[in-house]
Design a binder for this molecule. Structure first.
Ligand code: SF4
Length: 604
């Protein structure tokens, strides 16, 4: 038996109401680890190509990793894996909070949900068992209230993952809300839950004891990792301001998405910065399970039109997309919009992006007051943003179209709107304009779930000069490829990607926890295997080089101001980076993994 795993998988079929406890396949665990990797393997083996993500044939996987809930710092993390209804390709979301640790301590490495219930239900996982219970009384309720009701009913120590009206209404970028203020945000995992009539999963630890392969070695490795985190010079800033610390430097670097990515400089950036947020609306810090970094910022607005009681956020990405990208320059208004999204169960990145797209359509006369039910959808109108959020979650009026995401909405609207529909493979772009950091262009184009900043975040290396020269494609392919492989492992262990640890620390923690004997090379090879497996999944769904691209705006319209003035990532530049990247990956010129590469990675 491997150390650190529970060795058990809970499989629930909502159609047949069968509940099975399965043994974890140790060979699969060795090759794909946990979290993202193990989830990807289960998904790849379970789904036939072409399955409709919102049909009962899709599956939803909640996967912890060998390091989840261990003594290792930042061990709160876990992953949600499914086929995305927004992109129709692979989706994994990395989540913090307490739910993942509770699932593992309830005795399960993974929960797999199949089929579709004939009426709303929730899962109640406790005492090493699971019940499928009626959720009629929860249907239609927001995520906050759902969690409160379930905790009242089942116990305050219960951890909840739930969907709001957006997930019930199959909004393609509905999120799963976890522990109230954390989200499996991107790609519509909440809509997959909604399509299964699954309102929530409630988990209670059963006191499962994690057994380490080398307890003393693991304790030392965990202490060493903790020391490194404590001594890292960036951690105090992250603790004080959270991710919003990035608003000012990203705006200064002229790559803060503004008014649907038309510029990288927002004139009201100071009003939505981390510093302003701390001063005006933060009232306490918070943290995930077993993490001293404490990057959650609890906020509230005590009076006025943006009044709300409590939120953990907004994070940088929410500020960038609901704030500057919609021209909204008030931190109170951004926090209010974020609170609406969290409660209704919407991904803030896709929501902000889609509303900004609609604002540009409105400005250009492609949408009119008649389309918006009289809402003046101009950039900077925070109240219009709030109304759109509610309409999207409820699929009401124009919200029905916008709930499909910018790719589908722009196809329907037409009239050239595809040129400013800001997505890659259907997933809306996060908070960094790649015309100001060319590595992000390649990272977005090749990410396995569509435009994502987490798979290879090149921004700091590019604006700090570590990846020089600044406006160049030089070295970007190697940086992106190596980061993607390394992050694929971090997301499989699972530890937090904010932990400033080196690969050697991760390897030591993994080996002493599980009893594996990985070298650094084995570790990176496993990351590469996981990355190639998600590519295989996507290739099976029809993805080719043509899809590894960017919205026309990034390739045709130079940025207009600031230090990035005149910068653009042309088709030629992207192609050059793709050629280099595919060669480094051992993929052919169409971006398909070669037989030799798959053999080398033991994928065939
Ligand atoms: S750094 Fe922040 S997100 Fe990561 S585990 Fe710690 S509190 Fe959670």
């Amino acid at each position: 038996m491997l150390g650190a795993y529970t060795g058990k998988i809970l499989r629930v079929n909502l159609t047949t109401r069968k509940i099975n406890m399965e043994r974890l396949d140790e060979e699969k665990a060795r090759k794909f680890i946990g979290g993202k990797g193990l989830g990807a393997k289960i998904l790849y083996d379970s789904l036939k190509p072409g399955v409709n993500p919102l049909s009962p044939e899709n599956i939803l996987i909640f996967a912890s990793g060998p390091l989840t809930a261990t003594l290792a710092p930042t061990s709160a993390r876990w992953a949600v894996v499914t086929k995305s209804p927004l992109t129709n390709i692979f989706l994994d979301c990395q989540v913090g909070g307490y739910f993942g640790a509770a699932m593992k301590l309830a005795g399960f490495d993974c929960i797999i949900v199949e089929g579709k219930a004939d009426k709303p239900v929730y899962l109640w996982v406790h005492d090493k068992n699971c019940e499928i219970l009626d959720a009629d009384f929860l249907w239609g309720k927001g995520c906050f209230e759902t969690e409160e009701i379930l905790k009242k009913r089942l116990g305050l120590n219960v951890r909840v993952a739930s969907i709001g009206p957006a997930g019930e209404n199959l909004v393609r970028y509905a999120c799963i809300s976890v522990d109230k203020y954390r989200q499996a945000g991107r790609g519509g995992a909440g809509a997959v839950m909604g399509s299964k009539n699954l309102k929530a999963v409630a988990v209670q630890s059963s006191g499962h004891k994690i057994r380490y392969a080398d307890p003393e070695g693991f304790r030392k490795a965990a202490n060493e990792a903790l020391r490194v985190i404590k001594e890292n010079s960036f951690i105090p800033l992250r603790r004080k301001y959270g991710t919003p610390i990035w608003v000012s430097p990203v705006n200064k670097a002229a790559l803060l998405p503004t008014k649907n990515f038309r510029t990288g400089v927002f004139e009201k950036a100071d009003e939505i910065s981390g510093e302003t947020m701390r001063k005006k609306i933060v009232f306490k810090d918070g943290t995930c399970y077993n993490c001293i970094i404490q990057c959650w910022k609890y906020t509230h607005v005590k009076s006025g039109k943006y009044k709300f009681d409590e939120l953990a956020g907004p994070e940088y990405e929410s500020i960038a997309l609901l704030g500057s990208n919609c021209g909204v320059g008030s931190i109170e208004a951004v926090a209010y919009a974020n609170m609406l999204c969290d409660n209704l169960g919407l991904d803030t990145i896709s929501t902000g992006n889609t509303i900004a797209f609609a604002m540009e359509c409105f400005e250009k006369g492609l949408l009119t007051l008649k389309d918006t039910d009289g809402i003046n959808l101009k950039f900077g109108n925070a109240e219009a943003e709030f109304e759109m959020i509610k309409k999207i979650a409820n699929r009401e009026g124009i919200g029905n179209l916008l709930g499909e995401g910018v790719r589908r909405a722009s196809k329907k609207i037409g009239k050239g709107s595809e040129k400013f529909a800001m997505h890659v493979k259907g997933l809306e772009i996060p908070g960094y304009d790649p015309r100001g950091a060319f590595g992000m262009a390649l990272a977005y184009a090749t990410s396995d779930r569509g435009a994502c900043h987490q798979r290879a975040w090149t921004v700091r290396a590019e604006i700090s000069g570590e990846l020089a020269p600044r406006f160049s494609t030089k070295g970007r392919a190697k940086f992106v490829k190596e980061t993607q492989d390394e992050r694929a492992m971090c997301f499989s262990l699972v530890l937090c990607d904010f932990a400033p640890l080196k690969i050697e620390h991760f390897v030591k923690l993994l080996n002493t926890a599980t009893g594996f004997n990985f070298t650094v090379e084995d570790y990176l090879k496993t990351g590469e295997r996981i990355w190639n497996l998600t590519r295989l999944f996507n290739v099976r769904e029809g993805i080719t080089r043509e899809d590894d691209t960017l919205p026309p705006r990034f390739m045709e319209e130079p940025l207009p101001e600031g230090v990035t003035k005149g910068q653009v990532v042309t088709k030629e530049m992207l192609n050059q980076m793709l050629d280099e990247y595919y060669t480094l990956r051992g993929w052919d010129e169409n971006g398909i993994p070669t037989k030799e590469k798959l053999k080398e990675l033991e994928l065939i």
